[in-house]
Design a protein around this ligand. Structure first.
Ligand code: RTP
Ligand code: MG
Length: 136
């Protein structure tokens, strides 16, 4: 059994898609074992996205993530790290496959790629680090 950190990002919360996204996650069979609405500070976000420091999208990404609360979710299931990223779809909502969260619900008109509704940890190491960061 694996655990992963899922975030419903500020665009998802603001668009009132939390229930819709959670329904897709639960329908797949993954189990929510912790959940909270969080307004993260800059320090936490810079740590969360440390691998992207120095990239051109880093600062706009942090600013976007500061723009409103996110829903942080601890999710459990068999191969849930890979499985949730498959449910989420690829990074850019414009080209994310239909049937995925980003492909079906991501708005691509007039928005930037960072507004892609969700985050999911990408490895067991990232999941452990990110779960500690968001859930203490
Ligand atoms: P995530 O970490 O959020 O689950 O998504 P990901 O693996 O698909 O994307 P990653 O490459 O880790 O990038 C993290 C977030 O940064 C924003 N991003 N913007 N070119 C760009 O403007 C750009 N590239 C990435 C997205 O919000 C992405 O989810
Ligand atoms: Mg990533």
């Amino acid at each position: 059994m694996q655990s992963t950190l899922v975030l419903i990002k500020p665009d998802g919360v603001q668009r009132q898609l939390t229930g819709t996204i959670l329904a897709r996650i639960e329908a797949k069979g993954y189990v929510v074992t912790d959940l909270r609405l969080v307004q993260p500070d800059r320090t936490r976000l810079e740590e969360h996205y440390a691998e992207h420091q120095g990239k051109p999208f880093f600062e706009p990404l942090v600013e976007f993530m500061l723009s409103g609360p996110s829903v942080a979710i601890r999710l459990e299931g068999d191969r849930v790290i890979e499985g949730f990223r498959s449910l989420a779809g690829t990074t850019d909502p414009t080209t994310a496959a239909p049937g995925t969260i980003r492909g079906d619900l991501g708005r691509d008109w007039g928005l930037k790629v960072q507004q892609n509704l969700v985050h999911g940890s990408d490895s067991e190491e990232s999941a452990a680090r990110e779960l500690a960061l968001w859930f203490d």
